[in-house]
Design a protein around this ligand. Structure first.
Ligand code: SF4
Length: 243
């Protein structure tokens, strides 16, 4: 089967682009903190765990806001605080839409990183491990579903350029851009479910289904806008059914 242009563009981006700053939040200082996965790998993990049912950028900023409140982000320091402390902090500062639940998730995750990973969250993705192992380790965290686990692993592989022994278990994370582009391009039908989109991505590139996340996202944001899509400038125009 001929490779779809979406896959070709994504592979080009994956193979040719060096690690660059991942845009997780708008504020440069907070973004730099979250990108420092060498010094603060737990900040990235905790940010991913907060990314649920609220604006992603606000969720990813939570580790920074906790750091500002307690004056440190060492895992030993974070692990010294009780669940009640985090609940008071999250609720008093209105950190999350579900502050009560997410304070628990935050506290349990800190304890897990301190105890299971000896305080070093980068062990989740170290040693050239498999994509399935990384997804599985994320799933072991309280409050982490398959969507967050695959998104977190995908960002590590595609953007942080963490070497893994394979990429088979990194599925696409369908969002509004992915959904719109795949439907308009005619790769999936208009009424298709989220699960079906995931399987279509597996069919398009079984060895790394989630690789097209970024190309769909970029095309959706820049060209395939909800209204008045810029088809004449779109890089997948030649294979788009709607064009
Ligand atoms: S050619 Fe037009 S409709 Fe098709 S994906 Fe590109 S912008 Fe969207």
């Amino acid at each position: 089967m001929k490779e779809h242009i979406l896959v070709t563009l994504a592979k080009r981006q994956f193979l040719n682009v060096e690690r660059e700053t991942v845009h997780l939040v708008d504020e440069p200082e907070i973004n730099a903190f979250l990108n420092d996965i060498e010094q603060y790998p737990h900040a990235y993990v905790l940010g991913c765990l907060m990314d649920c049912q609220m604006k992603s950028e606000k969720a990813f900023a939570i580790p920074w806001l906790v750091k500002e409140s307690i004056g440190s982000f060492s895992i030993n320091c974070l692990a010294d605080y009780s669940e009640e402390f985090y609940q008071n902090l999250f609720i008093s500062k209105n950190l999350h839409r579900f502050s009560n639940d997410k304070a628990k998730v935050f506290h349990v995750a800190v304890q897990r990183i301190a105890n299971e990973y000896n305080g070093d969250a980068s062990k989740i993705w170290a040693d050239n491990t498999s994509s399935a192992a990384v997804v599985y380790r994320f799933l072991q965290f309280k409050g982490c579903g398959i969507k967050i686990a695959t998104m977190a692993t995908n960002i590590l592989a595609r953007q942080f350029k963490i070497p893994l022994s394979d990429y088979y278990s990194i599925d696409i994370s369908p969002d509004v851009h992915v959904d719109r582009v795949l439907k308009r391009a005619g790769l999936v039908s208009m009424e298709v479910s989220r699960e079906a989109i995931i399987y279509k991505a597996r069919e398009l590139n079984p060895e790394f289904p989630g690789i097209i996340d970024f190309s769909c996202w970029e095309i959706g944001r820049q060209f395939c806008k909800p209204q008045n899509p810029l088809c004449n400038q779109c890089p997948i125009q030649s294979e788009c059914k709607l064009f």
